[in-house]
Design a protein around this ligand. Structure first.
Ligand code: CTP
Length: 398
């Protein structure tokens, strides 16, 4: 999504300006062309050379620079932009943008661009909470600017409160989400389940599995970046919710089933990446079970098959975690659960399956066509699966 896209990164004079270096670096590493514009104030906090080195691009700091490669700088910068990000944005920068004042290169560029503009405020709490700043931010929002943050926490003033620059992952995630609005899943509702369900035994113990949720979260993130509205039904995992996902947290297989049933009426596709418990304790002990000599017997009952019982007109994709006869077992699941596609992985391989960042998967469709993919990152696997979703959705529409 960011590859070869041009991002104009406006940096203003806040103590958080140093964090813009990390934003520039992450965007560049993702393949974006990053043109940094700094206000004079920003150059007091961080050197243009830092951005020059991180982006490999000239950095604009002055309104009239005869040595610059840009012809009429603010116009050519504005025109080059697929997106403009002002991070950090001071109260002063926000006031100028809201009023349309064009007395520096950054404000001129924002006024001159047709690209979407993201603003990430960073300032002292009182300045942020001041009704003037709040009005300016409302004005920007009304005009279609996307505001990200601020976060709350420790501030340079020594106080705590709202005003910190949003987390870098939030800023970069918002750039991806806004650019994704033009993606091939724009307007589609994709429901993704992720993580391993937990089935309680007593108030402190449960049956779990080793799913990390990484595959499901990668799918959610990739679908958002391709423009989809994403509902993420997540069992407990230790991952941050992807920016822009509508997340529902669940614990048990039954809660996951209920959450999915509530969402399928509007879904274009359901991708069931969660590792759902097949069994749960038949009786839930109300009190913590006491240790007993000689061990105990736990009676388990089956949980409902979620994806196999979801009814409706949407593309159904399942995953199959296998340790033997991967293709045969996965094909059987595809048929039994009436799926459009199943993504099988051999969970015994060191570079594939639970907890890893990579996956070695085989995609099988309802015609029986088998595509074995090499080892890929979970994000790359997500893109491959979503390519298939796009094809399946196009087929159902035609
Ligand atoms: N699944 C489901 N509901 C369940 C169990 C599994 O919807 N109660 C989904 C999984 O999310 C996955 C697919 O079905 O998309 C296959 O899951 P997997 O655990 O590989 O297979 P099972 O059907 O549980 O069969 P087995 O455990 O015998 O391999």
């Amino acid at each position: 999504m960011l590859k070869d896209r041009t991002v104009v990164l406006g940096v203003t004079g806040s103590i958080a300006a140093y964090k813009a270096a990390e934003i520039a670096s992450q965007l560049t590493q993702s393949g974006a062309i990053v043109n940094v514009v700094m206000t004079e104030g920003a150059t007091q906090f961080i050197s243009p050379l830092t951005f020059r080195a991180l982006t490999g691009r000239p950095v604009v700091t002055e309104m009239f620079d005869v040595t610059s490669e840009y012809s009429v700088e603010h116009v050519s910068l504005a025109r080059s932009a697929d997106i403009v990000v002002v991070a950090p944005a001071t109260a002063n920068a926000i006031a100028k943008l809201a009023a349309g004042i064009a007395d520096d290169m950054l404000c001129c560029t924002v006024l001159a661009t047709r690209a979407p503009v993201i603003v990430a405020p960073a300032m002292e709490t009182n300045m942020y909470e001041n009704p003037i700043t709040q009005d300016n931010l409302s004005e920007l929002k009304e005009r279609g600017f996307v505001i990200v943050g601020p976060a709350a926490g420790w501030l340079a003033s020594g106080r705590e409160g709202p005003g910190r620059l949003a987390d870098i992952s939030d800023v970069v995630g918002t750039v991806r989400r806004v650019l994704g609005k033009q993606g091939d899943l724009a307007g589609k509702h994709i429901v993704v389940s992720a993580g391993g369900t937990q089935e309680p035994i007593d108030p402190v113990r449960c049956i779990v599995n080793r799913s990390s949720g990484k595959m499901g979260y990668a799918l959610a993130e990739a679908a958002i970046e391709r423009g989809a509205k994403v509902s993420l039904i997540t069992a407990p995992v230790s991952l941050g919710i992807p920016i822009g996902a509508d997340a529902m947290s669940v614990r048990t297989a039954d809660e996951m089933r209920q959450a999915l049933e509530s969402l399928v009426p509007t879904a274009d596709a359901v991708i069931m990446a969660a590792a759902v418990a097949d069994y749960r304790p038949k009786n839930l002990a109300r009190e913590k079970m006491k240790k007993r000599a000689g061990g105990i017997k736990l009676e388990l009952e089956s949980t409902p098959d979620i994806i196999g019982n979801l009814k409706g007109d949407f593309v159904k994709i399942g995953f199959a975690a296998e340790t033997t006869n991967m293709v045969e077992n996965a094909t059987q699941k595809l048929k039994e659960k009436r799926l459009d596609l199943i993504v099988a992985n051999d969970v015994t391989a060191a570079d594939s399956g639970f907890g890893t960042d990579t996956n070695r998967v085989t995609i099988i469709d309802s015609q029986g066509a088998v595509e074995a993919l090499p080892v890929l990152t979970k994000r790359q696997v997500a893109e491959k699966v979503l390519d298939r979703v796009v094809t399946l959705l196009t087929k159902t529409e035609s």
